[in-house]
Design a protein around this ligand. Structure first.
Ligand code: C2O
Ligand code: CU
Length: 468
């Protein structure tokens, strides 16, 4: 039996429970103590109750040693600078891998088939071992047949704790994603080609932690750390909080340079938001997180105030622990031009990790879906340790969350708006926007760069950079 015996599971849960004042928490166990002993993550097919209808079949998920066995994949809790190990055992009838989105780890642990590792066949396994250098909210997902595997459930949150973080009264972790289900609660076609050529194909059932509009209790007048991960394959959110004040304290795994009130924050697939929510003072009052993009506002989740008010003041909340950042040298930085466009060329050949059979998008005029045995040439070859200025331009009429593996960049400027100098791994670029991103090539290897609207990625909006 692994380290995740019943006892360590209970103990770890208690630690988190005490921290949260016994309030609802989506994270199931704390992996921080597990140093070298690998967590067993088995990819499996199962069913789950997602709607009022019959249980949804063909759910894809991971079960973890020591977790409670529900269909939802475990929320992993690691600690900054502490080693972590997980053994992926593939119980699916198709190949898979795990990519640790946003973690700046060794290239061979990055989980991209053909680029950083062989895909993992049915009944085979792969050992992932790394030490997270950054604290924050991250997530994990396969990088093979992703529209299906992620669409059917394989997306989950990974929290890296910072020992120097301030204390909160409660913590809630929420995995935000949709499902493409028909009226009978069963999966329907994962995409429509005409939508893949536009904003992407939306899900039909929205969930937070696999529930529709879940409610969590939190201490009245307390400050809740609300960690949100947008793990949907398509949906961009415009977040708003009703009934409580909320400050954005971290984005994409890094503390923000300056905290700001949550007011229509646009976030796309792959991105994470951490909020400090000041709960209302009256018992029973609700704080409602909404998505107001599109027509009618939609409730994502609610927090319900319990007990007598703790009367906390959000201004007293100390800074989050910092993450290390390499020194960017603006004087020596070489530019990397990067143009996102539409294309109709070169339908990619079918691949073991899935092809959608269409080509709609390109980066620097080259369409490539990623996860295929025929990588194109790298977008750019970078020298280890040197500084670069990515000049990214979106000449399409759609918004794209562009994600870089293995390294973080700093947002420098945008042609269309004032930007915060965020440290990030995903930039949500608007139509006709040009943006400058400062990057220090401090991690050797081939690193994917792609749109995280998975239909866009799989129909061409993917590439990679090489750091040697
Ligand atoms: Cu979430 Cu290629 O990544
Ligand atoms: Cu896109």
């Amino acid at each position: 039996m692994s380290m995740f015996s019943r006892r360590s599971f209970l103990k770890a849960t208690a630690v988190v429970g005490a921290y949260a004042g016994g309030m609802a928490i989506a994270g199931r166990f704390n992996h921080a103590e597990a140093a070298a002993e690998p967590l067993l993550l088995k990819s499996v097919k199962t069913e789950a109750k997602l709607t009022a209808n019959a249980a949804t079949k063909d759910i894809m998920t991971w079960t973890a040693s020591g977790s409670d066995g529900g269909a939802q994949p475990p929320v992993l809790r690691l600690t900054k600078d502490k080693p972590f190990a997980a053994k992926l055992v593939n119980g699916l009838d198709e190949p898979t891998t795990i990519h640790w989105h946003g973690l700046r780890i060794e290239n061979k642990m990055d989980g991209v088939p053909f680029v950083t590792q062989p895909y993992v066949y049915t009944n085979d396994s792969f050992d992932y071992r790394f030490t997270p250098p950054d604290a924050g909210t991250f997530w994990y997902h396969p990088h093979c047949n992703t529209l299906t595997q992620m669409g059917h459930g394989m997306t989950s949150v990974l929290v890296v704790e910072h020992p120097q973080d301030p204390a909160f009264d409660a913590e809630v972790v929420a995995n935000l994603r949709d499902w493409r289900l028909g009226n009978d609660g069963q999966f329907i076609a994962p995409f429509k080609p005409r939508d893949a050529a536009k904003a992407g194909t939306y899900g039909t059932v929205r969930t937070a932690n696999w529930q529709q509009e879940p409610q969590y209790d939190a201490p009245a007048g307390g400050i809740v750390r609300l960690r949100l991960a947008i793990t949907d394959v398509t949906r961009i959110f415009s977040l708003k909080m009703e009934g409580a004040s909320a400050k954005v304290i971290a984005l994409d795994g890094n503390p923000v340079p300056e905290r700001f009130s949550l007011d229509l924050l646009l976030v796309g697939p792959g991105q994470r938001v951490e909020l400090a929510v000041r709960m209302p003072d009256e018992e029973g009052a609700l704080a409602t997180l909404q998505d107001i993009r599109g027509t009618a506002p939609k409730t994502i989740l609610t927090l319900r105030a319990t007990g007598s008010s703790r009367k906390r003041d959000i201004r007293d909340l100390g800074p989050l622990g910092a993450n290390p950042e390499p020194n960017f040298d603006a004087n020596s930085a070489s530019p990397i031009p990067l143009v996102l466009s539409a294309t109709a060329e070169n339908v990619s050949a079918n691949s073991i990790c899935g092809s959608l059979g269409y080509s709609f998008w390109a980066i620097n005029k080259v369409p490539w879906p990623g996860d295929t045995p025929d990588p194109t040439a790298p977008l750019a070859e970078l020298k280890l340790g040197r500084s670069y200025l990515i000049r990214m331009e979106n000449v399409t009429p759609h918004t794209h969350p562009i994600h870089l593996h293995g390294m973080s960049f700093r947002v420098v400027s945008s042609s269309t708006r004032k930007v915060l100098p965020l440290l990030s791994d995903t930039y949500l670029i608007q139509p006709d926007e040009k943006v400058e991103l400062a990057l220090v090539a401090d991690n050797p290897g081939d690193w994917l760069l792609h749109c995280h609207i998975i239909e866009h990625q799989k129909t061409g909006m993917a590439s990679y950079i090489r750091v040697t």
